[in-house]
Design a protein around this ligand. Structure first.
Ligand SMILES: Nc1ncnc2c1ncn2[C@@H]1O[C@H](COP(=O)(O)OP(=O)(O)O)[C@@H](O)[C@H]1O
Ligand SMILES: [Mg+2]
Length: 257
């Protein structure tokens, strides 16, 4: 029997009402994600990427269709699905340690377990020497590491990332991409990662899902068969870059025309 996917979307749609107008952010999305996959969603700004992610998180209720985790309808937010945002979303009044320990603490785990979980994930993202500082004392890259550690310490098996590296400088971004792939390949996590950067998607993903705007839809999917670690200067990588760029460009052309 086929394994139940960790995440499934059936005819998923979302329409927002705004000033008496209906805005169809997402129409008829079908997606199936297996445990352990790394999926990147790409598409122009406004094509519904964040909406799709928020539906998976349970932050929004679908207008049509349904989203399922392990075959069960997603009815609201839950610790098994953790979201990482571009602007980090850390609690500024808590230290790194207390940010990372937030999930287990709020679920009332025993003191010793909270301590062990927290230290383990702080170490995993290499912030042992910064456990007692506050977010404003950290660089952007370090803050994003804290956000990732916090999601993992909360027991997330599905990590939802909404342009998480978009605010970082190019070098930090590349380093975090490497670290994320490394973490993912060791952990068995499943990642749904939104970006509008083609190169980032090809570097990270097992599968790239391309979305198109007006209304937001899933346009096509590509299995990226490049072996890891990936070489962004290789010919195969370049071919993917060209293919996806022309795909996305065709959306812009249609929209403008
Ligand atoms: N809460 C909301 N209320 C009204 N419109 C929204 C809301 N959230 C998103 N939208 C609209 O839905 C469309 C898709 O948005 P979004 O999912 O944020 O796209 P993306 O993340 O791809 O840029 C956009 O037109 C956006 O303005
Ligand atoms: Mg967005």
């Amino acid at each position: 029997m086929a394994e139940v996917p960790i995440l499934q979307m059936h005819n998923l749609g979302k329409t927002f009402a705004q000033n008496g107008r209906a805005i169809e952010a997402l129409r008829g999305a079908n997606l199936s994600v297996r445990k352990g996959e790394f999926i990147c969603l790409i598409g122009a700004s406004g094509c519904g990427k964040s909406t799709l992610l928020r539906l998976a998180a349970g932050f929004e209720i679908p207008t049509t269709g349904e989203a399922l985790m392990w075959g069960m309808p997603i009815a609201g937010p839950g610790p098994s699905r953790g979201m990482v945002f571009q602007d980090y979303g850390l609690f500024p009044w808590l230290t790194v340690r207390d940010n990372v320990g937030f999930g287990p603490r709020s679920r009332g785990r025993p003191k010793q377990e909270i301590k062990e979980t927290t230290e383990r994930f702080i170490e995993l993202v290499g912030l042992q020497n910064f456990a007692d500082v506050y977010p404003h004392q950290l660089s952007g890259g370090m803050k994003q590491r804290v956000a990732i550690a916090r999601v993992l310490a909360s027991d997330a098996e599905l990590v939802l990332m909404d342009e998480p590296f978009g605010a970082l400088d190019a070098m930090t971004r590349e380093r975090l991409q490497d670290e994320l792939v490394e973490l993912w390949s060791r952990s068995g996590l499943t990642v749904l990662f939104v970006t509008h950067a083609i190169e980032e998607a090809i570097f990270l993903a097992d599968r790239v899902v391309v979305m198109s705007p007006g209304p937001g839809r899933i346009d096509s999917e590509y299995a990226i068969d490049l072996k890891r670690p990936r070489d962004i200067a290789s010919r195969d990588f370049n071919e993917w870059r060209r293919l996806l760029a022309s795909k996305l460009h065709s959306h812009h052309a249609r929209k403008a025309g």
